[in-house]
Write a protein that binds this ligand. Structure first.
Ligand SMILES: NC(=O)c1ccc[n+]([C@@H]2O[C@H](COP(=O)([O-])OP(=O)(O)OC[C@H]3O[C@@H](n4cnc5c(N)ncnc54)[C@H](OP(=O)(O)O)[C@@H]3O)[C@@H](O)[C@H]2O)c1
Length: 338
């Protein structure tokens, strides 16, 4: 990968017209009111990045065009109007609207979190987008209760591995689907009470067997179209089906509404990136209070799951790894030239 010798102040991953990624020097972001500038140590991949580089998921107006929905690093500058007690050089991690694949990123202070004390900045980069998404799905949207059964699709994904741990933390019962024995074994070690290979088995039959015919109280669904019918069959009466992705397509052909009606099912749809700053700030505040302290001890019940770590120059390789569905947990990118 070529790094052009331009006299500009930060290295970033850019996208060419074919969707290919390359490193380039670009201007550092300007620090706006109530923002912190983070010198980035690491970022992590998200499925949304794969769509954005193909022009299928654009950042909101006024947000960075650079990929990257999360980052960890140290505070490099504190903008005007910042209210919190932030210190230059402190280790932080942040939920971003974009811009994580670069040496510096500017972010509203409400979306910045301290790094739990025994975690490295590489581990911290695996937390913001994935854990906040899983926390939002379970607590802001589905409002999970103890002893409920939660069916988590793509159980070995970044979001899935965080969701398994958060369901256990909430004293509910996680059951998962995944596409290989290795992924299922990993999710079971992480706390899944049942793992179903959706490529080999009809997952709704397994869910009904496990719940003695009742069905799952909550389904966390990032698959959508290809498995809608099995999802309705898996849902308990009055169950909550949370749709937050469409890896299996967006179209539905059949009696979805009739079947959902008979289950008195709640279909709840959510996206995090397009939420207001106020909503994200409330999510970050709640997660920081309720969950972050539990990462702080070495015998913590929670751990960020890291699949692999790539240098920034190998960003194309890292994307291919995710495109081929090979990762279990998060793919981390070290920022800066190696
Ligand atoms: N709504 C939101 O705000 C929000 C926020 C973050 C992420 N998301 C969504 O959450 C999902 C997970 O994201 P991530 O970054 O954690 O993903 P990830 O780590 O890349 O894992 C995704 C996994 O999904 C499985 N998968 C892919 N295509 C599938 C299909 N057609 N049917 C069934 N399984 C399939 C694959 O595992 P197997 O080997 O098991 O098939 C793949 O490894 C994505 O859909 C993403 O868009 C939504």
């Amino acid at each position: 990968m070529q790094v052009p010798e331009e006299d500009t102040p930060m290295l970033a991953v850019c996208i060419d017209e074919t969707g290919a990624l390359f490193l380039k020097h670009v201007p550092r972001p300007e620090l706006r009111d109530a923002q912190l500038l983070i010198k980035v140590t690491a970022t992590a991949l998200n499925r949304a990045d794969l769509l954005q580089k193909r022009g299928l998921y654009q950042p909101a107006h006024g947000e960075s065009q650079i990929l990257g929905l999360e980052a960890s690093g140290v505070i490099d500058a504190i903008g005007p109007g910042v209210k919190g007690n932030w210190k230059l050089g402190s280790e932080v991690m942040a939920l971003l609207s974009g811009g994580g694949y670069a040496e510096y990123v500017a972010v509203p202070e409400e979306l910045v979190m301290p790094v739990p004390s025994h975690l490295t900045l590489y581990q911290a980069a695996a937390i913001p987008e994935t854990w906040l998404t899983a926390y939002q799905l379970l607590h802001f949207i589905a409002k999970v209760k103890p002893n409920e059964t939660v069916l988590i699709h793509a159980g070995a994904s970044g979001v899935g591995t965080a969701a398994i741990q958060l369901v256990r933390l909430g004293r509910a019962v996680p059951i998962v689907t995944a596409g290989s024995p290795e992924k299922l074994q990993f999710t079971e070690q992480l706390g899944a009470a049942l793992g179903i290979n959706y490529k080999e088995d009809n997952f709704s039959e397994k869910v009904l067997q496990f719940t003695e015919g009742r069905g799952a109280d909550i389904i966390l669904d990032c698959i959508g179209g290809s498995s809608w019918e099995k999802n309705v069959s898996s849902l308990a009466l009055d169950g909550r089906w949370v749709l937050y992705g469409a890896l299996g397509g967006k179209t539905v052909d059949g009696d979805l509404l009739g079947k959902l009606l008979r289950k008195r099912g709640h279909l709840l749809c959510t996206l995090l990136r397009s939420r207001s700053l106020q909503y994200k700030a409330e999510l970050v505040r709640s997660f920081t209070e309720q969950v972050l302290p539990l990462f702080k001890s070495t015998d913590s019940p929670l751990c960020p799951v890291i699949d692999s770590t790539f240098n920034m120059e190998d960003i194309e390789k890292a994307h291919r790894h995710m495109e081929e569905n090979q990762n279990i947990g998060k793919i981390i990118i070290k920022i800066g030239s190696s």
